[in-house]
Design a protein around this ligand. Structure first.
Ligand SMILES: [Zn+2]
Length: 210
């Protein structure tokens, strides 16, 4: 996929000879926008820029390091954040899009605001640890215990909510208008076909059973 970049940049999205024994012979992106050609210029095959790029893509030292980076990357923080999102938006409930977005934002604020908080130390000034079980690796690890969260933003948010209510001249009893970006504007449900009336469905099902 990495080597395919050399083809992609010259507007070649399928090629005959695959790169390496397991390489693919086409780009993995979907159809390009129709005006893709106008928006950005493609490189010319074997031009200076293209051959310089080839040297970068196939740089031996760089290629050798790739497995290291792929394995060494630490997804722990990302997993923490995913857990955080689940605390705010449990999968056991259904949310409307604005509610889901708001809950994700709360999770993000919580994560960002508490991310670099201090590590807890005991009376002797030693770092305190807690045990965490990693499901993926099946191992227990010790992780530094951070000081308790303080949620300083909640107070500010509450204040802002009350201020908005007080300054709102229309009140809460107006009909709700969907935001421009609300996905329900596109479709009330995700089925690609328009649903027939319920009565028709019932008739069909009875007919099928008899
Ligand atoms: Zn491509």
């Amino acid at each position: 996929m990495w080597g395919g970049v050399l083809h992609h940049v010259i507007n070649e999205h399928e090629w005959i000879v695959s790169i390496g024994s397991t390489g693919s012979n086409h780009c993995h992106h979907g159809p390009l926008a129709e005006n893709a050609d106008e928006e950005k210029e493609w490189l010319k095959k074997n031009s200076k820029a293209h051959s310089v790029l080839r040297n970068i893509i196939f740089d031996r030292r760089f290629l050798k390091k790739i497995p290291f980076y792929l394995n060494a990357r630490d997804t722990g923080e990302l997993e923490n954040f995913q857990q955080q999102i689940l605390q705010y938006a449990s999968k056991r409930f259904a949310y409307t899009p604005p509610v889901y977005r708001a809950r994700n934002r709360l999770a993000a604020i919580d994560h960002n605001i508490h991310y670099s908080r201090n590590i807890n130390k005991n009376r002797h000034g030693e770092i305190m640890y807690k045990r965490i079980y990693n499901k993926k690796s099946g191992r227990w690890i010790a992780s530094p215990l951070k000081v308790e969260k303080t949620y300083p933003h909640i107070r500010e948010l509450k204040k802002a909510v009350i201020q908005m209510r007080l300054a709102d001249e229309v009140g809460m009893y107006r009909p709700m208008v969907l935001e421009d970006s609300d996905p329900r504007r596109i479709s009330a449900n995700l089925a690609p076909v328009i649903p027939p009336p319920v009565s028709t469905l019932v008739q069909e099902q009875i007919a099928r059973r008899s």
